[in-house]
Design a protein around this ligand. Structure first.
Ligand SMILES: Nc1ncnc2c1ncn2[C@@H]1O[C@H](COP(=O)(O)OP(=O)(O)O)[C@@H](O)[C@H]1O
Ligand SMILES: C[C@@](O)(CCOP(=O)(O)O)CC(=O)O
Length: 466
């Protein structure tokens, strides 16, 4: 369906919901950030450490509850041109609610249940059947993430709803778009079934931590639907915000997450190759290499682990500042080593190598791919004292080759809630939300941490010591 039709459908849905929605269930929004993995991607899937930080690019989900007479659940995801509705009463509730299958909002789900996935198939088969190849996979992935969570957390008594999703993140560019939407979906559904308390300013830290954990667990399940074998680092950063050191040695247990509270404002340049790829494919490539060359691959993964641990030691050493040239040089060298190891795992791409070459040709800094690779994005740690002229020169070379540069800050807020969907005393209008063109317009309209009015957004706050 094209964008115009999606907007028309949305106005129609909104019209109906205006007339019929209950004041007990006002429209509300959830939001979550993307991330950069600074060190440790891929190795983290195999039980090693990774360091990642939230970025200021975010996804936003708007939820409208319809009247009791409406029995449809609609997804309006215009970024991927997906618009689909299911009749609630036709969904496979009995399979998901069977005592041997039923999960609660606090369950730790670490694998997808094949019977439940199978039961969803007929309902996914009619999602964008006219689409082929990669585009179909994109739709199926997003729809299955939503449906698995909806059926696991909801019940047939659920009211009809419209879920509208927009993101300022590029999709499949290594910046955690899938985790960001997974957190939006998980938090929206958990709020709707009243399984979350807050967020409110005087909420005890322990309680806030429990809510974040609940959202994160279900976001991980959505991530499994989208790319098969996620480590959980992306959804953990998208939920918690800031920066974390993350390790999951045993997939049946929760991961070890060390929040990095004072993560420095590193001078990073973020560049997207615009070469789209799927995380699932890149992760599968490393798994295949591990099967073919187990000893060699294990050594590479352990070397990446060591790089991450060394960078963590440096970043948390007393007196570290990003302006300190010697330490930055060490952090940069570790990025170079990390990139080289990722190349040897086979997950780089000529366009990533080209970005690295351009940065190094002007001596601007240290570059590695970030996220799954195979295209996607690269991060460059800029050298302290880099002249404005050299930076401008680099930027114009990157622009000339059609790479996309992002200005983003690291370490921002995690999952946020806007309940009800009111900003500046005005309801967020679904039509306006859909019409906003581009990152800036979306941020101006609903921005979770960009402007004064954005304070209406609430975030769960965990104290430093927790
Ligand atoms: N804005 C969005 N709207 C709908 N679906 C999205 C959006 N962003 C991401 N997705 C889903 O996530 C998938 C991308 O996941 P992935 O390949 O892991 O890329 P990334 O590195 O950006 O996380 C898409 O195929 C789509 O199913
Ligand atoms: C390759 C990996 O380590 C990071 C993937 O990040 P992204 O989906 O490319 O944003 C996979 C994972 O940790 O689940």
């Amino acid at each position: 369906m094209d964008k115009l039709k999606i907007q028309e459908q949305a106005s129609e849905d909104e019209g109906k919901s205006r007339r019929l929605s209950s004041p007990m269930n006002p429209a509300f929004m959830t939001s979550a950030p993307g991330k950069v993995i600074v060190y440790g991607e891929h190795a983290v899937v195999h039980g090693k450490a990774a360091m990642a930080a939230a970025i200021s690019l975010r996804s936003y989900m708007h939820v409208t509850t319809l009247s009791k007479s409406r029995r449809d659940i609609s997804l309006i995801f215009p970024d991927i041109e997906l618009n689909h509705s299911w009749n609630i009463d036709e969904l496979p509730w009995s399979t998901f609610a069977h005592p041997s299958k039923k999960k609660t909002y606090y369950s730790l789900v670490t694998t997808l249940d094949p019977h439940l996935s199978e039961a969803m198939q007929p309902h996914l088969a009619n999602v964008s059947p006219e689409m082929k190849g990669e585009r179909r996979k994109v739709h199926q992935a997003a729809a299955s993430a939503f449906l698995y969570l909806f059926l696991s957390l909801g019940s047939q008594a659920f009211p009809g709803c419209v879920y509208t999703l927009r993101s300022t993140l590029p999709i499949s560019a290594g910046l955690g778009s899938s985790a960001s939407i997974s957190v939006c979906i998980s938090s929206a559904l958990l709020l709707q079934i009243r399984a979350l308390s807050g967020p409110h300013p005087d909420q005890p830290s322990e309680e806030a931590k429990t809510q974040i954990e609940r959202i994160n667990r279900w976001a991980f399940v959505a991530e499994m639907c989208i790319h098969g074998n996620p480590s959980g680092v992306d959804n953990t950063v998208a939920t918690n915000g800031r920066a974390v050191l993350f390790k999951r040695e045993d997939y049946t247990k929760p991961p070890k997450v060390l929040p990095l509270r004072n993560f420095p404002e590193l001078p990073l340049l973020l560049v997207n190759t615009r070469q789209s790829r799927s995380t699932a494919t890149e992760v599968a490539k490393v798994a295949a290499l591990k099967t073919a060359y187990p000893e060699v691959t294990d050594l590479i993964l352990s070397a990446i682990d060591q790089v991450t641990e060394s960078a963590h030691e440096l970043l948390t050493s007393s007196g570290f500042t990003p302006e300190d040239a010697a330490t930055t040089e060490k952090l940069g060298s570790l990025m170079n080593i990390n990139h080289g190891l990722l190349v040897s795992l086979g997950v780089s791409h000529p366009k990533l190598e080209r970005i690295k070459e351009l940065v190094e040709s002007v001596g601007a800094g240290y570059t590695k791919l970030t996220g799954a690779g195979g295209g996607g994005s690269a991060i460059t740690l800029l050298k302290p004292g880099l002249s404005a002229g050299k930076l401008a020169d680099l930027e114009s070379r990157l622009d000339a080759e059609d790479f996309e540069r992002f200005e983003t800050t690291l370490g921002g807020e995690g999952v946020g809630v806007l309940w009800p969907a009111l900003l500046r005393g005005k309801e967020i209008d679904l039509k306006g939300f859909l019409a906003a063109e581009g990152e800036q317009a979306i941020e101006m309209l609903v921005g979770a941490d960009k402007h004064e009015e954005g304070r209406a957004w609430k975030f769960w706050k965990v104290a430093e010591e927790d």
